[in-house]
Design a protein around this ligand. Sequence first.
Ligand SMILES: [Zn+2]
Length: 246
Amino acid sequence: MIKLERGAKPEVLHTSQEAWQQALDQAISTHGTYSNIPKKEKDSLISHYRDDLIKQHLFESSMQKCAFCECKPAEGGNIEVEHFRPKSIYPKLTFEWDNFLPSCRKCNLSKSNHDTEASPIVNPYDIDPELLFHYEDIRIKAINENELGKNTIRVCSLNSVRLMRPRGDILVSLHDFAEAIEFAIVDFNNCTTNITRRNRLRRIAEAIERIELLSNREERYSGFCKNYLNKCEAYQSAKLLITEDT
Ligand SMILES: [Zn+2]
């Protein structure tokens, strides 16, 4: 999970949100409660939040990733608009831009109608997840067992097999890069001439470039990669070498 910045409210909400909400409010008034509205009627009334333009704006703000797990749901055809405060409990927020999160189907299903007011979880548009989470091997953990982090991991199932598997694959690549950097540093330290020194330094810079690609915000699971690099001694030493030389 990484910090996200919410873009401007899409035009379609400026023009239609009020009318959509009024129609839903009318149905709630007719049937007594949101849950009493017959399914077919309710589906038709709320379907507007899944408007393509809303999805497009929302997923642009998350670089096409799920706000919770950082997978790229479009690859599985399951782009979903998640209501941070569930519409079943807070129907007044059914078409509220600030209440939408870009999500994959798995996270959306896992979170379901969890009441985030009664039992808060992290909204990455409001809170920087880096302050609350870290990783141990392929598991995400709440720093100092903080309740907000622990609750988020539980509610969104952030340590399920479907997420630990890709993290494992990335971890292999990260270990590989780290090892290459370690060898390059040893080579560099054994250099006796300025020419070989420059060549070795270039190799280190290239290895850093490759490893940093994985932690690019646009990449899947970039939060996991960034956390690994922050703790990777070989990477930190290599960065220092490059900085000292420039
Ligand atoms: Zn997800």
